[in-house]
Design a protein around this ligand. Sequence first.
Ligand SMILES: O=P(O)(O)OC[C@H]1O[C@](O)(CO)[C@@H](O)[C@@H]1O
Length: 430
Amino acid sequence: MTARLPRPSDVPGSRPPVVMCNEPGSFAWGVLHRRHPALIQQVRDAFPYPPRQQRALDALLAEITDGVVEPLAATAKDYSLWADRAEPYVGRSWFDTPFLWAESYFYRKLLAALEYFGEGPWQGVDPFGPFKDAELSSPVVDEELRALDALADLPPERQASALLQASLWGNRADLGFGITADEPARTDTGAGAGAGADAGAGLVSDDSALLWSLLPVGTPATVAVVADNAGRELIPDLVLVDHLLERGHATDVVLHVKPYPYYVSDATNTDVVGGLRRLVRASGRAGEIGRRLWTAAGTGRLEVRAHPFFCAPLPYEEMPEDLRTQFASVTLTILKGDLNYRRLVGDRLWPATTPFADVTAYFPGSLAALRTLKSDVIVGLTEAMTNALDRTGAAWRTSGTHALIQARPAPAAASDRTSSGPEGDTEGSA
Ligand SMILES: O=P(O)(O)OC[C@H]1O[C@](O)(CO)[C@@H](O)[C@@H]1O
């Protein structure tokens, strides 16, 4: 069962509610009820943690299941980042908190329990590292990388489209799925996955032509890519980045990653290095791409940044000024994945037909979101599409079977275009 979804008439002129965790059977409730306890067990099984960490994991498990929200230790370096936000929820059941806040706080508390930020031997040890490594070294990645060779025979527009789709569907390869047995395994993702004949199937919204039109070939452009998961999502993201640089859609790319492990498989700089190594070691086209990206990193054309805000329990609307300035200064920001989308739309239950440009009007500069659908929130759909999907009775919002590419130009550019006519908006230039 998913949360009751509002109709447009529910929210005249006001914002819809944020997703909460307290509706038994809802998606958010299930994440807290099943996924987080299972994740604690997985992490416990993956490392020989000593008694202190084992006890801290026991305490965290008790807190999230039967207990109440406890504050972070006042000695934590980032205590102030979390304290204000935690204050309204401390002493309440975890199930009586907003979903976005609860998940983010869970990951922060998991790292605290494991002494990730401590002074001792477990400092900086990524608890999700073994899962990420297993995925990165799996034979399926070899296959996905080999598929890049076949792309070389396609016309340039089809190559561009395939690489965009591969980056999009790479978001299915989320190690968070599959933590509990009732969730479907993800297949058919990765660097070459977009070349398949039905790559467009499952897309509920496709602004890819608009996206390409925002990056005309040969015009100086900086693209910000806000990465999501490591491994089988990050590799096709890196391949897309290479395409943008190599084909003249971008002069520079800034790749934003998480400053520390988060939401199971989210990419950190260590994961970027791992992904680049994997590419460089590959044969054929994948190896060439890896070597170009390695050089681009060395010359600064590909820059990795890890702002603390990316692990904060906050929507993008509350991004700090320095990050806002960074996004305002680039030609296009591409947000990857479900969590970035939730933060973009405030994790609010907007009617699905609310225009993407309206909800994201606060976000500086031109924007694109590439996401497979893994939580209840969504905007920018047509009524016909929403009704058709609802009629299927399937869990289309949460199961990762559907995806979207949504884009809009910078708000000022949009109004310029309105005054000078609509042409030029949707022509691809890949
Ligand atoms: O890796 P992604 O695409 O951001 O997905 C993470 C998603 O997984 C969940 O943590 C649980 O499904 C969602 O809450 C979250 O949006």
